[in-house]
Design a protein around this ligand. Sequence first.
Ligand code: F6R
Length: 260
Amino acid sequence: MEIIIRPDPAATSEMAARIVARLVRDDRRAVLGLATGKTPLRLYAELARMHRDEDLDFSRVTTFNLDEYVGLPPEHPSSYHSFMTEHLFRHINIGPARVHVPDGMADDIPACCSRYERYIRESEGIDLQILGIGRQGHIGFNEPSSSLASRTRIKTLTETTRSDSVEEFGGVEHVPRHVITMGIGTIMDSGMCLLLAFGKEKATAVAQTVEGPVSAMVPASALQMHEHCTVLVDEEAASELRLADYYRHVFKQKPEWQRP
Ligand code: F6R
Protein backbone atom coordinates (compact mmCIF):
# COMPACT_ATOMS: atom_id res chain seq x y z
CA MET A 1 0.00 0.00 0.00
CA GLU A 2 1.09 3.56 -0.60
CA ILE A 3 0.15 5.78 2.36
CA ILE A 4 0.23 9.53 1.78
CA ILE A 5 -0.44 11.97 4.62
CA ARG A 6 -1.40 15.54 3.75
CA PRO A 7 -1.98 18.42 6.17
CA ASP A 8 -5.75 18.80 5.72
CA PRO A 9 -8.78 17.67 3.68
CA ALA A 10 -8.24 20.41 1.06
CA ALA A 11 -4.64 19.38 0.26
CA THR A 12 -5.64 15.70 0.34
CA SER A 13 -8.55 16.24 -2.06
CA GLU A 14 -6.43 18.29 -4.45
CA MET A 15 -3.95 15.44 -4.67
CA ALA A 16 -6.77 12.92 -5.21
CA ALA A 17 -8.16 15.12 -8.00
CA ARG A 18 -4.73 15.24 -9.67
CA ILE A 19 -4.58 11.41 -9.61
CA VAL A 20 -8.06 11.12 -11.16
CA ALA A 21 -7.39 13.87 -13.72
CA ARG A 22 -4.13 12.28 -14.82
CA LEU A 23 -5.95 9.02 -15.54
CA VAL A 24 -8.74 10.80 -17.43
CA ARG A 25 -6.20 12.76 -19.51
CA ASP A 26 -4.14 9.64 -20.28
CA ASP A 27 -7.13 7.48 -21.09
CA ARG A 28 -10.23 9.32 -22.23
CA ARG A 29 -12.21 6.10 -21.97
CA ALA A 30 -11.32 5.62 -18.31
CA VAL A 31 -13.79 3.75 -16.09
CA LEU A 32 -14.13 5.36 -12.66
CA GLY A 33 -15.65 3.80 -9.55
CA LEU A 34 -17.25 6.52 -7.43
CA ALA A 35 -18.17 6.91 -3.76
CA THR A 36 -20.69 9.21 -2.12
CA GLY A 37 -20.70 10.72 1.39
CA LYS A 38 -18.85 13.72 2.83
CA THR A 39 -15.34 12.52 2.03
CA PRO A 40 -15.26 12.94 -1.79
CA LEU A 41 -17.13 16.29 -1.86
CA ARG A 42 -13.98 18.42 -2.23
CA LEU A 43 -12.56 15.98 -4.76
CA TYR A 44 -15.69 16.26 -6.91
CA ALA A 45 -15.68 20.06 -6.60
CA GLU A 46 -12.05 20.10 -7.75
CA LEU A 47 -12.82 17.80 -10.72
CA ALA A 48 -15.70 20.10 -11.68
CA ARG A 49 -13.31 23.06 -11.48
CA MET A 50 -10.76 21.24 -13.65
CA HIS A 51 -13.48 20.55 -16.20
CA ARG A 52 -14.50 24.23 -16.19
CA ASP A 53 -11.06 25.88 -16.08
CA GLU A 54 -8.72 23.28 -17.58
CA ASP A 55 -10.94 21.49 -20.14
CA LEU A 56 -10.80 18.16 -18.33
CA ASP A 57 -12.94 16.08 -20.67
CA PHE A 58 -15.32 13.46 -19.26
CA SER A 59 -17.26 12.85 -22.48
CA ARG A 60 -15.88 9.32 -22.91
CA VAL A 61 -15.49 8.43 -19.24
CA THR A 62 -17.74 5.73 -17.74
CA THR A 63 -18.66 5.66 -14.05
CA PHE A 64 -19.97 3.07 -11.61
CA ASN A 65 -21.10 4.11 -8.16
CA LEU A 66 -20.42 1.86 -5.22
CA ASP A 67 -23.88 1.83 -3.74
CA GLU A 68 -27.49 2.99 -3.45
CA TYR A 69 -30.20 2.79 -0.78
CA VAL A 70 -32.87 0.15 -1.30
CA GLY A 71 -36.31 1.71 -1.64
CA LEU A 72 -35.22 5.19 -2.78
CA PRO A 73 -36.09 6.25 -6.34
CA PRO A 74 -33.31 8.06 -8.23
CA GLU A 75 -35.09 11.42 -7.88
CA HIS A 76 -35.33 11.15 -4.06
CA PRO A 77 -33.24 14.01 -2.64
CA SER A 78 -31.29 11.63 -0.35
CA SER A 79 -30.61 8.99 -3.01
CA TYR A 80 -27.05 8.51 -4.20
CA HIS A 81 -28.30 9.17 -7.74
CA SER A 82 -29.31 12.66 -6.61
CA PHE A 83 -26.09 13.09 -4.65
CA MET A 84 -23.97 12.34 -7.72
CA THR A 85 -26.01 14.59 -10.00
CA GLU A 86 -25.83 17.44 -7.51
CA HIS A 87 -22.13 17.16 -6.65
CA LEU A 88 -20.52 15.94 -9.86
CA PHE A 89 -22.50 14.89 -12.94
CA ARG A 90 -24.30 18.19 -13.57
CA HIS A 91 -20.96 20.04 -13.42
CA ILE A 92 -19.07 17.94 -15.99
CA ASN A 93 -19.64 16.76 -19.58
CA ILE A 94 -20.56 13.15 -18.90
CA GLY A 95 -23.49 11.59 -20.77
CA PRO A 96 -26.25 9.85 -18.74
CA ALA A 97 -25.68 6.57 -20.65
CA ARG A 98 -22.15 6.35 -19.25
CA VAL A 99 -23.24 6.78 -15.63
CA HIS A 100 -24.19 3.76 -13.52
CA VAL A 101 -25.67 3.73 -10.02
CA PRO A 102 -27.32 0.59 -8.57
CA ASP A 103 -31.11 0.63 -8.88
CA GLY A 104 -32.51 0.89 -5.36
CA MET A 105 -36.04 0.34 -6.70
CA ALA A 106 -35.33 -2.96 -8.53
CA ASP A 107 -38.06 -5.60 -8.07
CA ASP A 108 -35.55 -8.37 -8.48
CA ILE A 109 -32.52 -7.26 -6.46
CA PRO A 110 -30.28 -10.32 -7.13
CA ALA A 111 -30.86 -9.93 -10.90
CA CYS A 112 -30.14 -6.20 -10.68
CA CYS A 113 -26.88 -6.95 -8.80
CA SER A 114 -25.76 -9.55 -11.38
CA ARG A 115 -26.54 -7.05 -14.15
CA TYR A 116 -24.42 -4.42 -12.40
CA GLU A 117 -21.48 -6.85 -12.25
CA ARG A 118 -22.02 -7.67 -15.93
CA TYR A 119 -22.03 -3.98 -16.93
CA ILE A 120 -18.72 -3.52 -15.08
CA ARG A 121 -17.23 -6.53 -16.91
CA GLU A 122 -18.56 -5.29 -20.27
CA SER A 123 -16.88 -1.92 -19.61
CA GLU A 124 -13.64 -3.90 -19.20
CA GLY A 125 -13.47 -3.27 -15.47
CA ILE A 126 -12.98 -0.27 -13.23
CA ASP A 127 -9.64 1.48 -13.75
CA LEU A 128 -9.73 3.58 -10.60
CA GLN A 129 -12.03 3.08 -7.64
CA ILE A 130 -12.49 6.02 -5.26
CA LEU A 131 -13.34 4.94 -1.70
CA GLY A 132 -14.27 6.54 1.60
CA ILE A 133 -14.22 4.52 4.82
CA GLY A 134 -16.79 4.03 7.56
CA ARG A 135 -15.92 4.40 11.25
CA GLN A 136 -16.13 0.60 11.55
CA GLY A 137 -13.95 0.04 8.51
CA HIS A 138 -16.51 -0.47 5.77
CA ILE A 139 -15.80 0.34 2.11
CA GLY A 140 -18.84 0.62 -0.09
CA PHE A 141 -21.40 -0.65 2.41
CA ASN A 142 -19.52 -3.84 3.14
CA GLU A 143 -20.10 -3.77 6.86
CA PRO A 144 -17.92 -5.76 9.33
CA SER A 145 -18.17 -9.53 8.71
CA SER A 146 -18.73 -9.04 4.95
CA SER A 147 -17.09 -11.72 2.85
CA LEU A 148 -13.82 -10.48 1.45
CA ALA A 149 -14.78 -12.23 -1.81
CA SER A 150 -18.27 -10.67 -2.01
CA ARG A 151 -19.82 -9.27 -5.19
CA THR A 152 -22.57 -6.66 -5.67
CA ARG A 153 -25.51 -7.57 -3.42
CA ILE A 154 -27.96 -6.30 -0.82
CA LYS A 155 -26.59 -5.55 2.65
CA THR A 156 -28.14 -4.53 5.96
CA LEU A 157 -26.59 -1.38 7.43
CA THR A 158 -25.22 -1.35 10.98
CA GLU A 159 -26.81 1.11 13.39
CA THR A 160 -23.48 3.03 13.46
CA THR A 161 -23.71 3.58 9.68
CA ARG A 162 -27.39 4.51 9.90
CA SER A 163 -26.67 7.03 12.65
CA ASP A 164 -23.94 8.59 10.47
CA SER A 165 -26.61 9.37 7.83
CA VAL A 166 -29.14 11.04 10.14
CA GLU A 167 -28.40 14.53 8.81
CA GLU A 168 -29.30 13.67 5.20
CA PHE A 169 -32.58 12.05 6.23
CA GLY A 170 -33.67 14.36 9.07
CA GLY A 171 -34.03 11.61 11.69
CA VAL A 172 -32.70 8.08 12.17
CA GLU A 173 -36.19 6.61 11.64
CA HIS A 174 -36.04 7.79 8.00
CA VAL A 175 -32.64 6.24 7.22
CA PRO A 176 -33.10 3.10 5.06
CA ARG A 177 -31.94 -0.21 6.55
CA HIS A 178 -30.75 -1.80 3.32
CA VAL A 179 -28.44 -0.89 0.47
CA ILE A 180 -27.16 -2.41 -2.74
CA THR A 181 -23.37 -2.29 -2.66
CA MET A 182 -20.50 -3.51 -4.77
CA GLY A 183 -18.75 -6.33 -2.92
CA ILE A 184 -15.19 -6.40 -1.63
CA GLY A 185 -14.36 -8.79 -4.48
CA THR A 186 -15.82 -6.29 -6.97
CA ILE A 187 -13.73 -3.47 -5.48
CA MET A 188 -10.59 -5.64 -5.42
CA ASP A 189 -10.93 -6.25 -9.18
CA SER A 190 -10.36 -2.52 -9.87
CA GLY A 191 -7.04 -1.58 -11.46
CA MET A 192 -6.32 0.92 -8.69
CA CYS A 193 -8.01 1.85 -5.41
CA LEU A 194 -7.80 5.31 -3.90
CA LEU A 195 -9.01 5.40 -0.30
CA LEU A 196 -9.60 8.84 1.21
CA ALA A 197 -10.18 9.60 4.89
CA PHE A 198 -10.36 12.80 6.90
CA GLY A 199 -10.74 13.60 10.57
CA LYS A 200 -10.09 11.99 13.94
CA GLU A 201 -13.23 9.87 13.80
CA LYS A 202 -11.66 7.86 10.96
CA ALA A 203 -8.24 7.41 12.65
CA THR A 204 -8.92 4.00 14.22
CA ALA A 205 -10.47 2.56 11.06
CA VAL A 206 -7.53 3.86 8.98
CA ALA A 207 -4.94 2.35 11.38
CA GLN A 208 -6.75 -1.00 11.42
CA THR A 209 -7.02 -0.95 7.62
CA VAL A 210 -3.37 -0.20 7.00
CA GLU A 211 -1.57 -1.77 9.96
CA GLY A 212 -3.99 -4.32 11.40
CA PRO A 213 -4.55 -7.90 10.31
CA VAL A 214 -6.58 -8.55 7.16
CA SER A 215 -9.98 -9.35 8.57
CA ALA A 216 -13.62 -9.38 7.53
CA MET A 217 -14.23 -7.43 10.75
CA VAL A 218 -12.44 -4.48 9.09
CA PRO A 219 -13.48 -4.95 5.47
CA ALA A 220 -11.18 -2.17 4.19
CA SER A 221 -8.19 -4.21 5.41
CA ALA A 222 -8.71 -6.41 2.32
CA LEU A 223 -7.03 -3.54 0.44
CA GLN A 224 -3.70 -4.74 1.89
CA MET A 225 -4.02 -7.53 -0.69
CA HIS A 226 -4.58 -5.09 -3.58
CA GLU A 227 -1.68 -4.63 -5.95
CA HIS A 228 -2.18 -0.90 -6.40
CA CYS A 229 -3.87 0.86 -3.50
CA THR A 230 -3.16 4.41 -2.38
CA VAL A 231 -4.43 5.54 1.03
CA LEU A 232 -4.61 9.32 1.04
CA VAL A 233 -5.39 10.78 4.47
CA ASP A 234 -5.16 14.05 6.37
CA GLU A 235 -3.10 14.43 9.57
CA GLU A 236 -6.08 13.75 11.84
CA ALA A 237 -7.07 10.53 10.08
CA ALA A 238 -3.38 9.49 10.21
CA SER A 239 -3.09 10.17 13.93
CA GLU A 240 -3.22 6.50 15.01
CA LEU A 241 -0.80 5.15 12.38
CA ARG A 242 2.22 3.68 14.15
CA LEU A 243 4.47 4.12 11.12
CA ALA A 244 3.25 7.62 10.19
CA ASP A 245 6.81 9.03 10.24
CA TYR A 246 7.95 6.30 7.89
CA TYR A 247 5.10 7.03 5.44
CA ARG A 248 6.02 10.74 5.50
CA HIS A 249 9.65 9.85 4.91
CA VAL A 250 8.77 7.58 1.96
CA PHE A 251 6.71 10.37 0.39
CA LYS A 252 9.52 12.93 0.82
CA GLN A 253 11.99 10.60 -0.90
CA LYS A 254 9.81 10.14 -3.96
CA PRO A 255 11.29 11.63 -7.11
CA GLU A 256 9.23 14.49 -8.51
CA TRP A 257 7.99 12.43 -11.48
CA GLN A 258 6.49 9.82 -9.14
CA ARG A 259 4.50 12.30 -7.06
CA PRO A 260 0.78 12.69 -7.62
C1 F6R B 1 -20.52 5.76 0.08
C2 F6R B 1 -19.73 4.66 0.64
C3 F6R B 1 -19.29 4.65 2.06
C4 F6R B 1 -18.67 5.98 2.51
C5 F6R B 1 -18.28 5.90 3.99
C6 F6R B 1 -17.72 7.20 4.49
O1 F6R B 1 -20.75 5.55 -1.29
O2 F6R B 1 -19.46 3.74 -0.08
O3 F6R B 1 -18.37 3.61 2.26
O4 F6R B 1 -17.55 6.24 1.73
O5 F6R B 1 -19.41 5.56 4.75
O6 F6R B 1 -18.72 8.18 4.50
P1 F6R B 1 -18.35 9.71 4.73
O7 F6R B 1 -17.49 10.09 3.60
O8 F6R B 1 -19.68 10.42 4.70
O9 F6R B 1 -17.65 9.78 6.03
